[in-house]
Write a protein that binds this ligand. Structure first.
Ligand SMILES: O=P(O)(O)OC[C@H]1O[C@](O)(COP(=O)(O)O)[C@@H](O)[C@@H]1O
Length: 506
């Protein structure tokens, strides 16, 4: 091809274009004035600046995301534990799981004989001396009760008992009673002080104490954390810090060969209703299992959970809920928060009278059995799903309907979870039962959702979706009531007669 004179040669055009491309790529600003760029309205310098700004923005956003992620991890107590398997459960510990199973004997309970001297004192008659010797004699009566091993799979002991009654403990162990030790050292106000909230003391020297009591014959351990329900409590800080402590206690215990019982107790003190009690319990339990999982060095299948039942505060206005309502609210919370790997849940009395605690305990057992039967028997196990997991609309109505049928079929369940006519019918069956305060009927406990279903099965794979097939429920309080009565008779002969248990705080 021959170029005409004066006309731009194709080769020069090509060269220019090539130069242009080079210019585009080069950070040199020469080409900014070239005619080829002139009419585009997008000067290359601006383009470069635009790109650089874009990169800077992206970097900033990345940094911001990283900062937010770290903040979330820190504020949620998530971080790799010493096991370095953060976010994943630790491998199963067969020896500890066997001990957990031993404690979870289907016909036996676990006796709590670990009151601190202060709590012990509250159970004595006015004028009785709360001395180490009185405590030794009282616990000797408990431990030597004839037939104890037929009702009790394990006993939680105060550390002082190990040195006070070594022979009696040896004998109890020989009778098949597992010995456990309370390892927390009470509570202290959370810092900075906030609404009467507390954290538990005792992490210092925990490992040494674990090994010491293991040598004394303990095969399990217990740690209690306390949460208050108030307008602003339990606070995020209290949940997080106590949950981390419970998780650390569980990890250290397992490392030393003890099965940990973790006891996050939501106190009944206060005027809160059942809905708030349930919401608080759910928050606390979520925090605890998040902290456990975050460590990565705790085998969830080798620990037990000890919790309060979900009840309104002791100063709440209105009538008290029926045992069925307590059972319903309690199971809802547990089913939506406790991982299915946890082999057992036991209940504390939390200052309830022996009569109420026993009735509530039995109702929980009945309802759990009913749910369990439905889960494995008629395929209706997922019936009440949704109410506690926040699912809405059709699913929830279907769940509520099915739960109503469950309750009606159970006859004596006082309409736990039933809706509409079924609830009224079941309520009539219950006759003179305490009526639930207004509002609780419309808004059953269980955290999320406002469904009227019975105890709910959470989303599969998350928490106790099939947990009722594996969990065992114990008439702990019933067993303890029997034992206390037997022990009280024996104690009376020795001039030791504890008063009925009193409500107590942290
Ligand atoms: O005396 P402390 O250390 O406050 O503990 C009080 C009691 O709380 C428990 O954890 C639960 O007791 P209750 O079942 O009587 O509520 C017991 O194991 C313990 O004896």
């Amino acid at each position: 091809m021959v170029d005409k004179p004066g006309a731009p040669s194709s080769s020069s055009t090509t060269a220019h274009q090539r130069r242009g491309r080079r210019d585009d790529a080069a950070p040199n600003a020469d080409a900014d004035t070239s005619p080829a760029r002139a009419g585009t309205g997008a000067p290359p310098g601006d383009a470069r600046n635009g790109r650089q700004t874009g990169v800077a923005m992206l970097t900033l956003m990345g940094l911001l995301a990283a900062i937010l992620t770290v903040y979330w991890l820190v504020t949620n107590g998530v971080g790799p534990g010493p096991g370095g398997r953060a976010g994943r459960p630790a491998p199963p510990n067969a020896a500890l799981r066997a001990v957990a199973r031993q404690l979870l004997h289907p016909a036996k309970g676990i006796l709590a004989a670990d009151e601190s001297p202060t709590t012990f004192g509250k159970r004595l008659r006015p004028g009785d001396f709360n001395t180490p010797d009185v405590r030794r004699r009282w616990r000797r009566v408990l431990l030597t009760t004839p037939g104890l091993e037929e009702h009790i799979s394990g006993v939680i002991l105060h550390p002082e008992t190990f040195t006070q009654l070594p022979e009696e403990l040896k004998a109890a162990a020989a009778r098949g009673i597992a010995l456990g030790v309370k390892l927390d050292l009470g509570t202290a106000p959370i810092q900075p002080r906030k609404a009467g909230e507390v954290v538990t003391k005792g992490l210092d020297g925990l490992e040494e104490r674990c090994r010491l009591f293991r040598d004394y014959g303990a095969i399990f351990s217990k740690w209690r954390a306390v949460f208050r329900v108030g307008p602003h409590t339990p606070s995020g800080a209290a949940v997080r810090r106590n949950a981390e402590q419970l998780a650390q206690f569980a990890a250290v215990s397992q490392r030393c060969g003890l099965v940990p019982i973790i006891e996050p107790e939501v106190l009944t003190e206060g005027d809160h209703d059942m809905h708030r009690a349930a919401a608080a319990a759910a928050r606390v339990l979520k925090g605890v299992f998040r902290a456990l999982r975050a460590r990565g060095d705790v085998d969830e299948g080798a620990l037990l959970l000890k919790v309060a039942m979900v009840t309104p505060g002791d100063k709440a206005p209105g009538p008290r809920p029926s045992p069925e309502q307590v059972a319903n609210a309690t199971l809802r919370v547990l089913l939506s928060t406790v991982p299915r790997a946890v082999p057992g849940i036991v209940f504390l009395s939390g200052g309830q009278s022996e009569k109420n605690a026993t009735a509530n305990m039995l109702a929980i057992g009945r309802l759990a059995k009913q749910r369990n039967g439905a889960a494995s028997g008629d395929g209706g196990g997922g019936a009440a799903a949704g109410a506690a997991t926040g699912e809405s609309g059709r699913k929830r109505r279907r769940a509520a309907k099915a739960a109503g049928e469950d309750a009606a079929a159970a006859g004596d369940e006082a309409g736990a979870g039933a809706g509409g006519r079924q609830r009224r019918r079941a309520g009539a069956t219950a006759g003179g039962q305490d009526k639930e305060p207004q509002g609780q009927q419309q808004r059953p406990a269980g955290g999320a959702g406002g469904g009227t279903g019975g105890p709910s099965r959470p989303k599969p794979g998350k928490t106790g979706s099939s947990a009722l097939e594996a969990w065992q429920w114990y008439d702990l309080m019933a067993q303890e009531a029997l034992l206390r009565r037997a022990a009280a008779n024996a104690a009376a002969q020795q001039g030791l007669e504890p008063r009925a248990a009193q409500a107590r705080g942290p």
